[in-house]
Ligand binder design. Structure first.
Ligand code: DX5
Ligand code: ZN
Length: 233
């Protein structure tokens, strides 16, 4: 994985057909997805249950790009090794998931994977300053995690402050929740480079009509790039 700040669209397979994950991953990648975002939920840290490392391992052969695994689970540490072995490229843990985020990030890096730090909407960015050397990505949640299809919470000032704090460091800013053609320009303008989108990518399409995924992905990308004027944020 090489680092750059170009706009990357990461469809969340939380909005895919759960009976068809392999084909769904191939379809979104064929249609221009840059990363595949996998939302892991435990029914404890967030009020919903999705899937675990076995599912990630099963879809790995169908993912050619980057498997971006977002862990909404607590505790996190006992499962890091399993998600690394399942083939995740990026493993993201929540700051709010436990008292020892520093240890968690160390454990992720120790597996050789990229380490992501996720922040709930109500969490400030202060702690990020102490973790800059340990992270490859900050995931700014713009919904309260747990479900797809929720309304975007505008956190542009938070994203801008984070962008300033990161400076030239090779750390991605990922926005997760409520990203659509309408909200993508705002997050791109504020300095994000990875846009997770679940419902806005999968809406109206299916593996039988993958061109609709392509249309949705291109529309979000164009809306975001129009803001950055093709420049890298
Ligand atoms: C929310 C998840 C998101 C979500 C995004 O808990 O982390 O990745 O699936 O879905 P949309 O784009 O529909 O808000
Ligand atoms: Zn997510």
């Amino acid at each position: 994985m090489t680092f750059d700040r170009s706009i990357k669209i990461a469809p969340s397979i939380l909005s895919a057909d759960f009976a068809n994950f392999g084909a769904e991953c191939r379809a979104i990648e064929d249609q221009g997805a840059d990363w595949v975002h996998v939302d892991v939920m435990d029914g404890h840290f967030v009020p919903n249950l999705t899937f675990g490392p076995a599912m990630c391992k099963a879809i790995r052969p169908h993912v050619r790009t980057v498997m971006d695994v977002h862990l909404m689970i607590a505790p996190v540490d006992p499962y890091i090794e399993a998600f690394a072995e399942a083939g995740a490229n990026i493993i993201t843990a929540h700051l709010e998931a436990g008292p020892h985020i520093h240890r968690t990030l160390q454990a992720i890096r120790a597996t050789g994977k990229k380490a992501g730090l996720a922040l709930n909407p109500g969490t400030g960015i202060e702690a990020v300053a102490h973790l800059l050397d340990m992270i490859d990505l900050v995931c700014v949640m713009t919904v309260n995690p747990g479900f797809g299809g929720q309304k975007y919470i505008d956190l542009s000032p938070k994203i801008r402050a984070l962008r300033a704090m990161i400076g030239d460091r090779p750390i991605h800013i990922e926005i997760d929740g409520g990203v659509t053609v309408d909200t993508a320009p705002r997050v791109a303008r504020a300095g994000a480079d990875v846009l997770v989108a679940g419902s806005a990518v999968f809406k109206g399409g299916s593996v039988a009509t993958p061109e609709i995924y392509g249309r949705n992905i291109r529309a979000i990308r164009m809306a975001a790039e129009a803001e950055t004027g093709g420049r890298l944020a």
